[in-house]
Design a protein around this ligand. Structure first.
Ligand SMILES: CCCC/C=C\CC(=O)SCCNC(=O)CCNC(=O)[C@H](O)C(C)(C)COP(=O)(O)OP(=O)(O)OC[C@H]1O[C@@H](n2cnc3c(N)ncnc32)[C@H](O)[C@@H]1OP(=O)(O)O
Length: 386
């Protein structure tokens, strides 16, 4: 279904006739021009924005050009057209003008989230461009680490763990003032790539569990020790380690479309990323337990109320608002920020490393458990999604 949607989406944006809008007045004409420009910009998107976003773009386009949906609902088995119809119908009676504006905003957000990628593509010879799973750029005193496996919802493969550590080491040393981590496509990150657990070598599952424990310990240590302000720009849903690790960032900005899910017991695992310490400390044990023991998925607003997220922004202005803020912060004195962060983190560092070590020991045992193996098999047999 996803594949069909992608194909039909691209056919859609390539084959639509020019929009005929019968609006007059200076303001409306300007929006019409922006709308046409947005249509053109959309064709230049490099990354697949994900099915949810494509459906939203489709729906806004239809609403902007034809008004509210009045066609009959396609049959149950006509999956693609039914999904498109539902997306369009869900817009209800919003006006063509509103839909046009929302379309322009959404395309603007998608294009601006790719801006660092286009710049990076021109930096031939730059070691940052050698990453396979990331796009790393430095602009306006900000080093941005973009998780770049959108087709896998930015799940973290072994290669990606290693590259994130390498990117953090470089960013810690470069001249930038801030470091930002964000995701490409519709997800921030779906957590550990579950296929990391299916690559069993000749030395068996015990060795795989040991290696995974060592990898995770090193990975989390890079966040504990990161020397300058580290900001998460959570552009969509976050799962597993992508949620728990947020407790080690200095500031977390989220779109209102983001969700936060740490389903460890569902996966037969246990918390990591120091969350067994940072979450109770940040939000109180009773609230942390619902998330870490009972798999409670948080909305962005709930995560903000609990202190996991600093601020939530409407999805259609998320990128513009966040990057404007970050560009202003990045003009602050670099050393002052660095030393202040180190003071804030300093007292906790030893504790955090001890927690990290303990969590990884427990996880090595969990990964060998029947509970965990069943959960992973079940995911790959398409029996269970979160
Ligand atoms: C070194 C070890 C460290 C261990 C540390 C951390 C533990 C964790 O992080 S636990 C959390 C692990 N994550 C998950 O369990 C998420 C699993 N994924 C899902 O449930 C769904 O994919 C998700 C709800 C995220 C999204 O659902 P959809 O919107 O329906 O998309 P798809 O399922 O079609 O996803 C597209 C594509 O991506 C693959 N995918 C997504 N997430 C993962 C993942 N975490 N691991 C492996 N693969 C993932 C998914 O299988 C699809 O692939 P294709 O079928 O090949 O297109």
């Amino acid at each position: 279904v996803g594949h069909c949607l992608i194909i039909s989406f691209y056919r859609l944006i390539q084959s639509f006739p020019a929009v005929k809008l019968h609006l007059t007045g200076a303001v409306m004409r300007a929006t019409e021009v922006e709308f046409d420009k947005a249509k053109e910009h959309l064709k230049t998107l490099k990354n697949d924005p994900g099915n949810d976003t494509k459906l939203r773009i489709y729906a806004l386009f239809k609403q902007a050009t034809q008004g509210s949906c009045s066609s009959p609902k396609p049959g149950m088995l006509d999956f693609v057209n039914k999904a498109k119809w539902e997306a369009w119908n869900s817009l209800g009676n919003i006006s063509k003008e509103d839909a046009r504006q929302k379309y322009v905003d959404l395309v603007g957000t998608l294009i601006s989230s790719e801006a660092p990628i286009q710049k990076e593509a021109t930096t031939a010879g730059d070691p940052k461009s050698s990453y396979q799973t990331l796009q790393v750029t430095t602009e306006n005193n900000i080093t941005t680490i973009l998780l770049n496996r959108p087709e896998k919802k930015n799940a973290i493969s072994r290669k990606m763990y290693e590259e994130i550590m390498q990117a953090l080491e470089q960013a810690g040393k470069d001249d930038s003032v801030l470091t930002v981590m964000t995701g490409s496509g519709d997800y921030y990150c779906s957590g550990n790539d579950l296929s990391n657990f299916t690559q069993v070598g000749a030395e068996g599952v015990e060795k795989l569990a040991r290696d995974s424990g060592e990898l995770l310990t090193r990975y989390v240590s890079h966040f504990i020790d990161f020397p300058k302000p580290l900001i998460a720009v959570v552009n969509g849903p976050a799962v597993g380690i992508a949620v728990t690790g947020l407790g080690l960032f200095d500031v977390v900005y989220a779109t209102d479309r983001a969700t936060f899910h740490a389903p460890f017991s569902q996966l037969g695992q246990s918390p990591e990323g120091c969350s067994s310490y940072t979450f109770p400390k940040m939000m109180g044990t009773a609230k942390a337990n619902e998330i870490l023991l009972f798999n409670k998925k948080l909305t962005a607003a709930q995560a903000c109320d609990l202190g996991l997220v600093t601020e939530v922004f409407p999805d259609n202005t998320f990128q513009q608002e966040v990057w404007k803020k970050l560009r202003a912060y990045a003009k602050l004195p670099k050393d002052s920020l660095r030393y202040s962060k180190q003071l804030i983190r300093g007292m906790e560092k030893e504790k955090l490393h001890a927690v990290n070590a303990q969590e990884c020991v427990r996880l090595q045992e969990r990964w060998l458990s029947e509970e965990c193996m069943n959960a992973i098999m079940s995911f790959f047999q398409n029996k269970s999604k979160l």
